[in-house]
Design a protein around this ligand. Sequence first.
Ligand code: PRP
Ligand code: MN
Ligand code: MG
Length: 181
Amino acid sequence: AADIPEDLTEILVTEEEIRSKLDELAARVAEDYAGKDLLLIGVLKGAVMVMADFARALPFSVPMDWMAVSSYGASTKSSGVVQIRKDLDTDLHGKHVLIVEDVIDSGLTLSWLLENFASRGAESIEVLALLRKPEAAKVEIDCKYVGFDIPPEFVVGYGLDYSERYRNLRDVAVLAPHVYA
Ligand code: PRP
Ligand code: MN
Ligand code: MG
């Protein structure tokens, strides 16, 4: 759309870099979970693009479930208050769960999800996140599969939104401050 370029200051991660990183992570996951009952859980809505490309980079068929939570709403800061908008359809007992996320910012969303899933009897729980902002962490998240560490800027694209916009950008880019000022 014509409104997009002027809303962005810099492309941080390109479509090509995302693709090759997800291929790399998929190869690691395929090896680590060989012979195991793996369940991918995507965190709606941000993780949709990561899930679509990561899952298709795996060399075997794998079930996907989705949890819809939201802590940001239309704000640029995490409230820390996590709301469930859609729960899982799957019983986690005996499952090796891999949570698929677009970004770890403060870590509050994942910290809440990890605790929530642990109480449902999963055999193991790991996290895959395309992006992580180490300098924004309020809680430490043990994330086994990280795509890119990025600075604590407001980024959009490849699933990440500002007020539900920009999710369909192919790259990850920094949002110009005038957009949310
Ligand atoms: C965003 C993002 C992560 C979370 C990360 O989701 O997709 O899920 O925030 O932030 P945190 O580490 O500070 O908790 P959001 O709540 O905006 O919902 P969305 O995925 O529907 O955009
Ligand atoms: Mn999200
Ligand atoms: Mg969001």
